[in-house]
Design a protein around this ligand. Structure first.
Ligand SMILES: [Zn+2]
Length: 218
């Protein structure tokens, strides 16, 4: 793996967020960690417009930004704090998926309904609306960063993973889960997995299950 390979992988997943309508216009931001640096989407670009050399390199420890004439995403602090807080995080995907945003308006954690959701993502927690681009939002996200998926009230979704692929697919799974939850809600209160059912899945050979699922999603 090289920083060039990371930059190309970022372009690939950035493209997917737009193709799959997880963001519109210049919304959302994505980053990945590589050798003490994070590579973050530049401010003001639609994610599918970014060229490999345009991802902004930021030193995770010092916050120093390598000057390439582009500003990093306005959510730079949210990404930076997350990498500092949890050394296992290799990538962060922040999007504005419509069903997730609709679900944040009810101001609660997203229930776990499906085995894939339980195994791939785990609990999706909710944080109240905070003014975007501020250190308050970065602090609110980092306070819940032990969860791989965080709903931002009246705003969007943040997912993390050991790598970009994992962080990105978590976004897709959470959006699909929110969509199905909202469809079911139109009929009656949806049946969700019980704590016991969720723990049973978690106690399966969960790592193997997760890898198998990710391979299927290629
Ligand atoms: Zn946002």
């Amino acid at each position: 793996m090289s920083s060039q390979a990371i930059r190309e992988e970022l372009c690939k997943y950035a493209q997917k967020t737009v193709t799959n309508k997880l963001v519109v216009g210049p919304g959302g931001n994505i980053s990945a960690r590589f050798e003490g640096k994070m590579y973050l989407s530049p401010s003001g670009f639609a994610l599918d417009e970014i060229k490999p050399e345009q991802w902004v390199e930021v030193d995770i420890e010092t916050g120093h930004i390598t000057d390439i004439g582009l500003r990093p995403s306005s959510e730079v602090l949210m990404h930076l704090y997350a990498y500092r807080q949890n050394p296992n995080i290799g990538a962060m995907v922040h999007t504005h998926p419509p069903y997730c945003i609709a679900f944040t308006l009810v101001e609660k954690d997203l229930p776990i309904m499906f085995p894939d959701q339980a195994a791939l993502v785990g609990k999706t927690v909710y944080v109240d609306y905070v003014l975007p681009t501020t250190d308050k939002l970065a602090d609110a996200v980092v306070a819940k960063i032990e969860h791989a998926s965080i709903l931002l009230g009246n705003h969007g979704l943040v997912t993390t993973g050991r790598n970009l692929r994992e962080a990105y697919y978590r976004t897709e799974v959470v959006e699909e889960s929110a969509k199905i939850f909202l469809i079911a809600t139109a009929i009656k209160e949806p049946k969700v997995l019980t704590k016991e059912e969720f723990e049973e899945i978690a106690s399966l050979e969960s790592e193997a299950y997760r890898i198998e699922l990710l391979q299927k999603m290629k």
